[in-house]
Design a protein around this ligand. Structure first.
Ligand code: 5GP
Length: 117
């Protein structure tokens, strides 16, 4: 579980930790998940670490959430078939380990195991 600030994703944004970055603008960064659970597994991350999970983001900045969804769709088209799952884990018992809101974009042929992600 990662609760420290700066979060691991903030450290990726700052280039303190390497990542395979696939998209970046002023408000969002996206990169390949280090432990992919699907043929294409990207993380779309608002640069601010103000919001720990998707509910906080929806309440605090719905336009930024909409931007996360738009970037996810764009990347799924670019890196896969355009069909994808968008997963936001919220809370440690739901599998969240990094408390800096992020969307998992999962695409490509899903195995039975990956459906349990
Ligand atoms: P969560 O479990 O919080 O929903 O998702 C966190 C995700 O971040 C996990 O899928 C994990 O593999 C990924 N992750 C954790 N540390 C790193 C890292 O240093 N680099 C990258 N690219 N992904 C990471």
């Amino acid at each position: 579980m990662t609760t420290a600030s700066p979060s691991i994703f903030t450290r990726i944004i700052a280039r303190e930790i390497p990542a395979d970055i696939v998209f970046e603008n002023d408000s969002i960064i996206a990169f390949k998940d280090i432990a992919p659970q699907a043929p294409v597994h990207l993380l779309v991350v608002p640069k601010t670490e103000e919001y720990a999970n998707v509910s906080e983001l929806a309440e605090g900045d719905p336009a930024l959430l909409a931007e996360v969804v738009a970037v996810a769709r764009q990347l799924a088209a670019e890196y896969s078939t355009g069909e994808y799952r968008l997963v936001f884990n919220s809370g440690s018992s739901a599998g969240q380990t990094v408390f800096h809101v992020h969307a998992h974009v999962l695409s490509g042929p899903m195995t039975e195991g990956s459906l349990g992600f």
